[in-house]
Structure formats: structure tokens, C-alpha cells
Unconditional design. Sequence first.
Lengths: 255, 245
Amino acid sequence: MIEVNNIHKSFGDAHILKGISTVFETGKTNLIIGQSGSGKTVLLKCLLGLFSPEEGSIVYDGQKYSELSSKDQRNLRQDMGMVFQGSALFDGMTVAGNVMFPLEMFTKLAKSEMEDRVNIVLKRVNLVDADHKYPSEISGGMQKRVAIARAIVMNPQYLFCDEPNSGLDPKTAIIIDNLIKEITEEYNITTVINTHDMNSVMEIGEKIIFLKDGLKEWEGTKHEIFKTDNQAVTSFVYSSELFKKVRQMYLEERN
Amino acid sequence: MKYLADIGGYGIMIVEVFKKPTKWRIMKTLILKEIDELIYGSLGILIFISFFIGAVVSIQTAMNLTSDFIPKNLIGFATRQSIILEFAPTFCSIIMAGKVGSFITSSIGTMRVTEQIDALEVMGVNALNYLVFPKIIAMMMYPFIIAIAMYVGIFGGWFAGVFGGFITSADFVEGVTMDFIPFHVTYSFIKTFVFAFLLATIPSYHGFYMKGGALEVGKASTTSFVWTSIIIVITNYVLTQLLLT
Ligand SMILES: Nc1ncnc2c1ncn2[C@@H]1O[C@H](COP(=O)(O)OP(=O)(O)O)[C@@H](O)[C@H]1O
Ligand SMILES: [Mg+2]
């Protein structure tokens, strides 16, 4: 569980996060939604410890990040996995090399043990026969799978995904969303996902927070999001014709 | 103001590079890879350029020797002096600022814009040590290719002098060995070491701290080339003043 208490983050004069508080639950897929530029990535990078908020605190299962020694902060970081928006795979390394990288850096495992571990996670993300390929040689969907494999290879307690299905076709996007949800449940991870994709909200939105202008505008589940009267949320959710139809049908059904 | 901030930022970067080192087992392979890319990969172009620069210096000196009172072996002497003192260390380093410098900036810059550097930092890797330290160590081999460039440059001078019919081989060799001051070579290698450090670190700074996308990577490479060249030329002046006078 991650508790976020009233965090503020600015870059120069630009006040990006203006006091956000929420709780991200363990074993669930927590979604941060909002328009591009609403501060989703900045919030995620605060959760990762890449940015430090000027005000407020982030507490990971009882450990307040800002009060930890730098050694404990580093240990906590090693309990975090991150899937970046563009996958951020190391281009100079093969698929297997990418996934093995954290193990090589931070464990004393023998080569064969590392290889076993890599094979297990690659199989878990349904990636076979790609170990020796380079990131540029595989599709976007496969790159995402590799990024997920690399993020979970160290058995993290926290998993952060920045727009995990951006740039993917709708079918692959749903498969990737569900893969993240399954892994979250299987390993009981606290997963936080940034997205602006309503399909993801429908698929895996167990807990959703809606960001607008650096503030948390709304919070709820995927069932609640269709019933809310919050103007900002509805205009985001029903921006596409498809979802306008969905709402119409939903209202007709109710009457 | 911005320049002051950049100088400060550069200084901080250099300190960070030496902190929290990467495991030796991994660092070793990174260093070997950089030696291959930065040093071995530059050998060809530097040899090629040095040969022709040496040749041209030799011809130009010959063309200026209009008086019969000046001994012909001055051609060999002048070629040696200009190659060792200036062309090999400084001219080659400017070429390297273009070749190796823009490669370093664009490869690190690409890692920045594609969030690969964030990925390293999230994992708890000191990205500066991981990326820049192996480049600095690899560039410590740079004086070796400059030594080769010196030989090849003088050979180019001999070749152009002898086969152009300006001087006999014996006269040229006599000129090359005449009034040899060993400290000139020391001076040259001190310069080369300093340039090597600048060539590894200034382009890294421009790549590591860049912002934006693919277009900015291109711009950063250009800026990096300009600044690396400027700093090399100024350092050259300062070191020459300090060491030779
Ligand atoms: N490192 C940074 N420096 C300055 N401004 C930033 C930085 N990162 C993000 N921003 C700004 O913060 C705002 C929110 O960005 P971001 O969190 O990336 O939005 P999104 O919700 O699309 O992920 C943007 O206006 C962006 O320009
Ligand atoms: Mg974003």
C-alpha cells in the first residue's frame, strides 16, 4: 500500500502537482487517469523517487520515503519495478540481456540461476524465442512485454507503468493491460498505472484517480466512473462517440 | 549566467561520475566496448588525415624554401615540429570532437529522451558512472593513437617530400632527427591526456542533461561539437603558455 499525503511538485514557476492525497492499494491495479499534460508522469516519477516533492509525503507500507536513510531508500527502490511509456529498453542489449540486467547489477546469483530466472519471467509475459533479438527487431507489443519482464524480474512489491498501452493496437493493448492485472494479483503487488485510455479503465480500473490541473478531481472504481456527475470526469470519459453511445445505452437501460 | 551554471553542472557531473561505482565485472565489459568504439573506431580516420596533413606541411615548407642558403633538411625538421607540437594533438582532437564527441552526445542523448537513463536510475544504478566512467577510461588510450598519428604524419611528410622531388630521403631523415627536444613530446602528450578527458566528458555532459526529443538530440550534438572544440582550443593555449614558456 502506498499512501500519498498532500504532495506538491513544481518545476521553476510551473506548479504541476498542487497537493495530491490518495492511497494505492496492494494486489490491485490502481489507475491514474487524466488528459495529456495533467501531471500523471510527474506523479508517477514522484512515487518512484525520481522526483522529490517539495511538500507532502509518500509512505510505502509504513515507510516514509523522505525519512529513510539513503541506503534504505536504495533498498526500497529495488522493490520497485517500472514500465516506461516507450518501454525504455536498452538498445545495445538483447531481450534476455535487458531482463537480466537488474540481476547482474544487484544480485550475486550464478549465471545459470540468472538465466533460469530470466526464462521464467519471459515465459510469464508470454514471450518465447525472442531472447536473442534486439529491441529494434521486435514489435511494440513485444517490447512492452520485455519491459514488464524486466520490471518484475527482481520480484518487486511495487510496479509502476506509464501509459503501458500507448502506441499499441487495441487488441494488444488489452492483452498487455490484462497481463499487468494478472501479475499484480499473482504476486500481490501494489501496481500504479498511468493511462488516458478509456479501454484500460473499463478493463482493469479497480481503483481510479482522475487528475486535472495538478489536483485530484475525482476518485472511484470503474463501475462508479460511469455514474458520476462530475463534469470534468464525464467530459473526459465521454469524449469519444463510442463512449457517448455506451452512456446512452446505459441510461436507456436504467429507464 | 547560463555559462556559469553549465560550468557548475559540469563540475558536479564529474564528481558524480566517480561515486557509487558499477560492479567491476560489468564495468570491464563496458570499458572494452568503449575502447573498441571510441579508440579503435577512430584509428582509421586519424591515420588517414595525419598522413595527408604531414604531406601538405612538407610540400608547403619546401615551397617556401626559396633561398639556397637554407638547408633542405629544414623540411624534415619543420614537418616533425608541426606534427608533434600541434597537428597530431590539437588538430586530431578537433576531428575527434566531431567524430567521437557527437557520437557520445547523440548516444547518451538518445538514452535520455527514450527514458533509458531514467530506467537505470529507477533501478538504483548511478547512470553517470555507468555511462561516462567507461568513456573516460577508454579515452586514456587516446595518446596511443596520437602517437601513431605522429609517426604517420611524419611519414606522410617524408613521402610527399621524397616522391615530390623536393628533398632526398637522407636529408629529410636528418631534419627529423635534428635538434630534437624530448620535452616537446612530453608537452604534446600532456595536452593529449587533457584533451582525452575533455573529449569524453564535455559531450557526455551535453547528452546527459539534454531535454526534448529526437530533434534536440541533433541540436545537442552540434552544440557539443562547438563547445568541445572551443574548450580544446582554449586549453591548448593555456597549456602551451604554461608548459613551453
Ligand atoms: N522534468 C520536467 N521539467 C519541467 N517540466 C516538466 C518536467 N516533467 C514534466 N514537466 C511538465 O509537467 C507537466 C505535466 O507533464 P506530465 O506529467 O508528463 O503529463 P502527463 O499527464 O501527460 O503524463 C507538463 O506541462 C510538463 O511540461
Ligand atoms: Mg505522461
